[in-house]
Write a protein that binds this ligand. Sequence first.
Ligand SMILES: *Cc1c(COP(=O)(O)O)cnc(C)c1O
Length: 406
Amino acid sequence: MTHSDSHSPYRANAEGFFGDFGGAVLPPHLAGPMADVAVAYEEASADPKFQDELQALLSKYVGRPSLLYFAENLTRELGGARVYLKREDLNHTGAHKINHCLGEALLAKRMGKKKLIAETGAGQHGVALATAAALVGLECEIHMGAIDIEKQHPNVIRMELLGAKVVAVEEGGRSLKEAVDSAFGVYAAAPEEYFFAIGSVVGPHPFPSMVRDFQSVVGREARAQILEAEGRLPDLLIAAVGGGSNAMGLFDAFLNDESVRVMGVEPGGEGLEGTRHAATMTLGTPGMLHGMQTKVLQDAEGEPSPVHSIASGLDYPGVGPQHAHLESLGRAEYVSVSDAETLAAFQALSRIEGIIPALESSHALAQVIKVAPTMPQDAIIIANLSGRGDKDVDYVAELLKQAATA
Ligand SMILES: *Cc1c(COP(=O)(O)O)cnc(C)c1O
């Protein structure tokens, strides 16, 4: 199914609108280049050769299908629903992002582009994109906030080893939002040279639909795997939401199964009262950000608010427009968990299952820990374990030390 499938109420129309959200709001000179991407993607998604090439890379290079793991210890410990984890952490490069980066790299190559450009938060998108660029044979330029460069330095080394040029962004909060602006500025000056490889289901049309399609392999696999393991569909899906790509990837294949509850988990940070969170779905209001109409954490002038999360891959003041749409239709619900709950879930999964999850994914796990005990023992939850936590261990050790001495 392509993104313009008009038969589903959950998908975008031809202009990239999911109900009131989405679209492509761009400076006039970028409207043409972005429309070219939309047309190229439309053609590629209908071309069996493109799909076969992508599928071959996903199975032979990424290592798909990823496991759907029954977390028996965690299930016993929580004493409620049966908990399954979709193991995107086992992908080559250690997270779900490689799924859409390979798709974007193949599309860029098909369009005759020489260079991929992108922003990165935790460094996961940058590493995944640099990996895809190396494999497919494209140049790669990654913009990253200076704070994130400090927090995630091993990922900077990885990107450079993979042949990418890493640009440190010193503006404003020196984090993900500024990195998006910086990369977009370079792209806007030379759109014929670059393919702007957006790192989530955000930005102007066609990216929210295209990145979702590339990630939808996660949910298609999970659906087949749970039917094989349990002989029925799950009751609840849970995934962390930053921009929303791992969540849409898991949700997409189940949206027409109305019995399956769908839940996104946002970073509640240090609490929803002040500004030390990034709970866009919970507290955001309709607005414009990065070329799309969506929910935004913003001030009275429409300036995006400063955001915070313990997981730098989630500290984004916007959200993918399809999530805003799914919420408005009542098809998906969104909750938040705090940094402290996330840190506890990170430690719990490590000890109980011997799996160190990414801090981003730990948001989904924190919600599992909250809801599984309230559900019957024959209920089934699938949570997306979007990435591994190796990148986070130094930061977590520091946080635990601070907590111990506080
Ligand atoms: C980037 C990242 C996320 C957040 O991005 P989404 O687009 O919301 O999926 C979640 N988990 C991991 C491991 C990530 O690297």
